[in-house]
Design a protein around this ligand. Structure first.
Ligand SMILES: *Cc1c(COP(=O)(O)O)cnc(C)c1O
Length: 372
């Protein structure tokens, strides 16, 4: 079995497993004020500092959550509910290419009476500053745009967007689940107010993430999960110390793993397909992209036949989700103009340090065998 799905979850790193085990053996509650609690709390704070350092933030600006989905909820709902404005006077901006969880948060806020603009990305899947400028109004209080798109791997110009939002006094949230640990981002330089992070996209455990909140202590953000005062009162619940230690271990080791991803993988795929006469198109090919995600449309494949025949060979994501009876094309592929048919013939391959050129050749071979 070849794993081409690191964008859905990156292979867990060995150092992470041992940290998690150590964390489970230290069973005290990190909020307890006795010696065992304090010792664990110190380790948790070390990871908080490590995360803050990696994005140019202060540790007091980092809140642990259960992952990017929860961080997105806290940033967006927390900022809207904390704004002190009636919903009818709130305008929000996001894009059509965001992760499903972000779109569902905005759809909920629309139900409460907020106005939301969903920017259609350019043909490459990128949200340019110009596209943003066209939709902001004087009621815009928050812009939420992802840093790297999880289906296409394209990078949005967060720095330009951040400078623009700062000038307009609009808060900026970015879902950095796919970019964190992979491309440098400094929250001060790019004027980001909220940034969502998650551990399992960098070789850490599932169920732990963080939200960066600029100047948290003076920010108006309100909690989504009320609790017993943990995390500055912004996110209730006993801190999952084992997962947090695993998150820290992942952050320490990930750079080394990611740097081993062979930059030749995509070229091997393209050359291999062309050599076999298979028509193909890389989506977002003309934009700046991360090296671990390739979205390829193969118009001559029959997606049902292809997926059925290769399910024991490859783990990958196909461009449409079968929800009950209907085949629902990916909203991201739709947003860049792919119709139902081409979207269903689109495959996302995402790589890790374990992916080899031979893995790509095996994929090309199976495609060539199965085209119609
Ligand atoms: C994976 C992913 C998420 C969800 O993260 P969880 O930590 O699993 O909640 C959100 N946004 C993007 C862009 C992602 O790639």
């Amino acid at each position: 079995m070849i794993y081409f799905d690191s964008a859905a979850s990156y292979p867990i790193l060995p150092e992470v497993l041992s940290s998690i085990e150590e964390g489970f053996k230290s069973y005290a509650n990190p909020s307890s004020s006795h010696i065992m609690g304090l010792a664990l709390s110190q380790k948790v704070e070390d990871v908080r500092l490590q995360i803050a350092d990696s994005i140019g933030a202060l540790p007091s600006e980092v809140v642990f959550t259960s992952g990017a989905t929860e961080s997105n909820n806290l940033a967006i709902k927390g900022a809207v509910f904390g704004s002190g404005k009636p919903f009818s006077e709130i305008h929000l901006v996001t894009s059509q290419a965001e992760h499903k969880c972000v779109l569902n948060i905005f759809s909920y806020l629309e139900g409460l009476g907020c106005q939301v603009s969903y920017i259609k990305p350019n043909a490459e899947g990128v949200i340019t500053l110009q596209l943003l400028e066209e939709v902001v109004t004087e009621n815009t209080i928050l812009v939420s745009l992802m840093h790297v798109n999880n289906e296409l791997g394209v990078i949005n110009p967060i720095q330009d967007i951040g400078e623009f939002c700062f000038d307009k006094k609009i808060k900026l949230h970015t879902d950095a689940a796919q970019s964190f640990g992979k491309i440098d981002i400094d929250v001060m330089d790019s004027y980001v107010d909220f940034m969502s992070l998650t551990a399992h996209k960098i070789g850490g455990p599932k169920g732990i993430g963080a939200l960066y909140i600029q100047a948290l202590r003076t920010s108006n953000i309100v909690p989504v999960i009320h609790g017993a005062g943990q995390e500055e009162g912004l996110r209730g619940g006993t801190l999952p110390a084992p997962l947090i230690l695993g998150f820290g271990a992942a952050l320490s080791s990930f750079q080394n793993s990611y740097s081993k991803i062979n930059a030749e993988l995509e070229a091997t795929l393209l050359k291999g397909l062309q050599a076999k006469g298979v028509r193909c198109q890389i989506n977002g090919a003309n934009a700046e992209r991360v090296k671990h995600i390739v979205s390829v449309t193969l118009p001559d494949t029959n997606p049902v036949v292809f997926m059925r025949n290769t399910e024991r060979d490859f783990c990958l994501a196909q461009g449409s989700a079968c929800s009950s009876k209907e085949i629902e094309p990916s909203h991201v592929l739709s947003s860049i103009g792919l119709g139902r048919d081409l979207a269903s013939k689109t495959y996302r391959l995402s790589f890790s340090h374990e992916t080899t050129v031979d893995d790509i050749k095996a994929f090309v071979q199976r495609v060539a065998e199965l085209i119609e």
